[in-house]
Design a protein around this ligand. Structure first.
Ligand code: SF4
Length: 306
């Protein structure tokens, strides 16, 4: 039984595989089209030099070595036996198809790797890439993770995402036509968005029957353009109570079937400028559960497309 009033991805994995399965982040050395001279140069406002990936991923190691290293850590920590290779930083479909195939194959050859999660941008999944992913979808447990952040073009422009919502809709439709499961990243607390607008992104995820979401809290990192704006006093962040209430509102509007892959921000401790309360991850998650209990509600209880 799902222990939470919302569908937790890790719990789903446990049911699917019969035991816990952990994700291991890998950095294959990709770059990102939003960081080139043709786009905004420095990339999305919130993106740090690590390409919005986990810090500490050893870029100089082969994919195989990164996974073996990650496996060792997960084995010691959780006694884990099976893993999903998570191609996380930058845009992991931003290369010719044959290069992508080589990297994904290298990951799948590693003992104990039972799936792939591939993070990328909506404008980096051309039909030939989707065809390739459809092949892997037949071979392994595949998730395509698309960074969206918001369904509002004004926010995408503010964030300097370099794509609009229409690009996301096209990418999502292409993946769904091919049966590829989608996990969409969204950010709550974006400057310029009011409460109702943030919930409209949840409505869109519900309308599109998106398989999974990662809900991020807007967090500000040193070394980013957003960090500079924050230091200059031009950006406000949510306090914990605001975020908790908003996250519960958001989940209530999602489709009951959507899996929640992540529920709060997870900024690196050494570069996080704000909000510092987000470092108390368990406190935030417990407050979210307590708010659901107080309201007597659950995921999808206010969904418009269930
Ligand atoms: S698309 Fe991803 S890697 Fe590229 S600039 Fe934006 S957050 Fe960074």
């Amino acid at each position: 039984m799902n222990p939470k009033p919302y569908r937790v991805y890790s719990h789903f994995l446990k049911q699917q595989f019969g035991h816990r399965v952990h994700k291991i982040s890998v950095d294959a050395g990709f770059t990102c089209p939003n960081r080139g001279e043709t786009r905004s140069g420095s990339g999305c406002l919130f993106c740090d030099p690590n390409g919005s990936g986990a810090t500490g991923i050893a870029r100089r190691l082969s994919i195989q070595d990164q996974l073996e290293h990650g496996k060792e850590i997960m084995r010691r920590k959780y006694k884990a036996k099976e893993f999903i290779a998570y191609f996380q930083p930058f845009s992991n479909t931003y290369a010719p198809v044959e290069t992508l195939r080589r990297y994904y194959d290298e990951a799948l050859k590693v003992d104990g790797i039972v799936g792939l999660a591939i993070g990328t941008r909506p404008d980096c999944v051309a039909p030939e890439v989707l065809e390739l992913l459809a092949e892997y979808n037949q071979r392994t447990d595949l998730w395509l993770e698309l960074g969206l952040q918001s369904c509002h073009d004004s926010s995408l422009e503010f964030l300097r995402r370099g794509h609009d919502y229409a690009a996301f809709l096209e990418a999502a439709a292409g993946a769904q036509e091919r049966g590829i499961r989608l996990c969409v990243h969204v950010i709550l607390g974006l400057p310029g968005e009011n409460h109702a607008q943030m919930l409209e992104t949840a409505d869109e995820m519900a309308r599109l029957h998106i398989d999974g979401v990662k809900i991020h809290l807007l967090h500000i990192l040193a070394g980013t353009a957003l960090g500079e704006m924050y230091t200059d006093g031009n950006i406000d962040v949510l306090d914990q109570d605001e975020y908790v209430s908003l996250a519960v509102d958001f989940i209530e509007r999602l489709h009951p079937h959507t899996l929640i892959h992540r529920l709060t921000g997870d900024g690196p401790r050494d570069t996080l400028l704000a909000p510092l309360w987000s470092l108390n991850k368990w406190e935030v998650l417990n407050a979210i559960d307590a708010t659901f209990a107080q309201r007597g509600s659950r995921q999808g209880s206010r969904c418009r497309y269930a």
